[in-house]
Design a protein around this ligand. Structure first.
Ligand code: HEM
Length: 179
């Protein structure tokens, strides 16, 4: 075989391999063989907005959350579509989508709500219910819960606040003293 034929065959083999890997790319890969972002695996903004839509709907009728007067009051002030829009933007951004979240930080948005561990657990249970309903696979659910978990310290009030516990804030007004 002369050099030209060998070069041609090598190039053909390379192109064939590229095409084959593109056609038979796994679920976790783009057609170009790149690992898909969580955003892509979830189905992008269309799928994410549907999940958030349902999630916010069921959160608004969650009796554990509505029993907290601060949450109940804040909900009456923020239009539900605005909250859905903001949460969708945030989830898109943190999962690798092209959207940019422009709302407040999680600390700023939730500091006045006195959210407890029990309320956090109630929210997480609703989130799981919705993810199951939309058939989000376990792997993607685990990744989402890990991301959402990173916001917990900014959202849930420190243990002891509001209960006259051992944080020095024995009058429970959140200012760290007893007056
Ligand atoms: C028990 C858990 C949670 C409760 C009860 C809750 C409740 C609320 C309420 C009532 C508001 C409106 C606050 C106001 O305008 O005064 C709000 C805002 C918001 N929440 Fe949550 N939330 C929870 C967890 C989360 C989590 C886990 C995320 C996302 C990771 C999130 C994302 C947001 C966003 C993006 C806003 C809008 C911020 C803005 O207006 O700029 N929340 N939440």
């Amino acid at each position: 075989m002369n050099k030209r034929v060998i070069t041609f065959l090598t190039a053909s083999l390379f192109v064939t391999l590229l095409l084959t890997s593109a056609l038979f790319a796994g679920d976790d890969e783009n057609p170009c063989g790149m690992t898909k972002s969580l955003y892509e695996r979830l189905g992008g903004v269309n799928a994410i907005s549907m999940v958030v839509d349902e999630f916010v709907e069921i959160l608004y009728v969650n009796e554990i959350l509505n029993a907290n007067p601060a949450i109940d009051k804040a909900r009456k002030n923020i239009p539900m579509p605005a909250l859905k829009f903001k949460v969708t933007g945030l989830i898109c951004q943190v999962t690798g989508g092209p959207q940019a979240y422009t709302g407040r930080s999680m600390k700023e948005a939730h500091a006045h709500l006195n959210i407890t561990e029990v309320e956090w657990a109630a929210m997480a249970a609703d989130f799981k219910t919705v993810l199951d309903k939309f058939g989000v696979p376990e792997k993607e659910q685990a990744e989402l819960f890990e991301i959402v978990g990173t916001t917990k310290a900014d959202i849930v009030m420190p243990a002891g606040d509001g209960d006259g516990g051992d944080d020095g804030d024995s009058d429970g007004d959140g200012d760290g003293d007893s007056k």
